[in-house]
Design a protein around this ligand. Structure first.
Ligand SMILES: [Zn+2]
Length: 285
C-alpha cells in the first residue's frame, strides 16, 4: 500500500513557532477525528510499545479523539486509550491512501507510530510520551493526565478551579506558573509571553501580587486567543488583522515594542534551564 505524504505536517505548519501548544493539539485532534473515529484499526505499530499490545488493537474501532491540554487521547471501543504527548519535537500527521500505480517515492525509515484504518493512516515521529492505557481507571491514575489543571480549550473552562490552583503557588513568578500544566492546561511559551504583554503584567511578578480579577482576565484572554487560532488553523498569531509581525513580543528580543518602542527583553523562567519569556519592560512595568 502506498501513502501520500502532505507537504507540511499537521502541527508543523506553524511558520516560525512550530512547538506544539494547546491550540496545535486541538487542531491536530480536529484533523484526526474525521479520519479515525468510527473506523476499525487495520494496522498499528508504535515504538516503544510491545508488538503484542499494538497488534491486539487491530480489529478494534476508534471511538473518540480528544485533546486535553497538550495531551492527545485516542480512545478505542474496548476502553483502551492511546496517550500521546508531543513535547517540543514530536510531530504527527495524516496520510491519505495513494492510488495504486501512482509514482513510487523513496523508501524512508518507518515512522515511530503508524495507526492505520481503511483509507488513511496517522504517522508520527520523535514522540517522547506514548502510552497505551488499559482503561479509564488507568487514565485516572496516570500522573500526567490526572494531575492536569483545567483545560483552557475545553468546551467549558473551569476558571475558578484554575485560579484556585494558581493561588497555591503564591511565591511563583507568573511567567513560570502559567507553564505549569498542573495549574492550568494548554498554555505554552508563545501564549505565555503574549498574554502577559496584552494584560500588562510583568513576568517576574509573584502570583500572590496578581489579583483574582487580573488572573481571570488573563485566562479569558488566553482562551479567546487560543480558540481563535484553533478556528483559523493558520500560522499562530496574537495580532489578528494587524499589519506587521504576527506576535507582540514572542521572538522579538531587542526589537522595538509595537506599542511604546522600548526594546523587548528576553529572560528565562521556570525549572532550569528555564524557558524563554519575552516582555516589554515599559508596558509591563
Ligand atoms: Zn512597550
Amino acid at each position: 500500500m502506498r501513502w501520500k505524504t502532505p507537504t507540511r505536517s499537521v502541527v508543523n505548519a506553524r511558520g516560525s513557532a512550530p512547538v506544539p501548544e494547546g491550540d496545535s493539539i486541538h487542531i491536530l485532534a480536529g484533523k484526526l477525528r474525521p479520519v479515525l473515529v468510527g473506523r476499525v484499526v487495520t494496522r498499528f505499530e508504535a515504538r516503544p510499545l510491545p508488538k503484542a499490545a499494538t497488534d491486539d488493537l487491530v480489529g478494534h474501532e476508534v471511538v473518540a479523539v480528544e485533546a486535553r491540554g497538550k495531551n492527545l487521547l485516542v480512545r478505542f471501543d474496548d476502553g483502551r486509550v492511546l496517550h500521546v504527548h508531543l513535547k517540543m519535537l514530536g510531530r504527527m500527521r495524516v496520510e491519505a491512501q495513494r492510488a495504486e500505480g501512482a509514482r513510487a517515492h523513496f523508501r524512508r525509515a518507518p515512522p515511530q507510530i503508524a495507526l492505520e484504518v481503511e483509507g488513511a493512516r496517522v504517522v508520527g515521529n520523535r514522540i517522547p510520551v506514548l502510552r497505551l492505557l488499559r482503561s479509564a481507571a488507568a487514565e485516572a491514575r496516570s500522573p500526567d493526565l490526572a494531575g492536569l489543571g483545567p483545560d483552557l480549550l475545553a468546551e467549558t473552562f473551569d476558571e475558578s478551579g484554575a485560579i484556585a490552583r494558581l493561588r497555591t503557588k503564591g511565591e511563583t513568578e507568573i511567567g513560570a506558573a502559567l507553564m505549569n500544566q498542573g495549574l492550568v492546561a494548554g498554555i505554552g511559551n508563545v501564549y505565555k509571553s503574549e498574554i502577559l504583554f496584552l494584560e500588562k503584567i510583568a513576568p517576574r511578578t509573584p502570583l500572590a501580587q496578581v489579583r483574582d480579577e487580573a488572573l481571570a482576565k488573563l485566562l479569558a484572554r488566553a482562551r479567546w486567543l487560543m480558540r481563535k487560532n484553533v478556528a483559523a488553523r493558520g500560522p499562530r498569531t496574537t495580532r489578528f488583522a494587524l499589519a506587521g509581525p504576527n506576535k507582540w513580543v514572542y521572538g522579538r528580543a531587542g526589537r522595538a515594542c509595537l506599542v511604546c518602542r522600548a526594546a523587548i527583553v528576553r529572560i528565562y523562567q521556570g525549572p532550569p534551564p528555564g524557558r524563554s519569556t519575552y516582555f516589554c519592560p515599559r508596558c509591563q512595568s
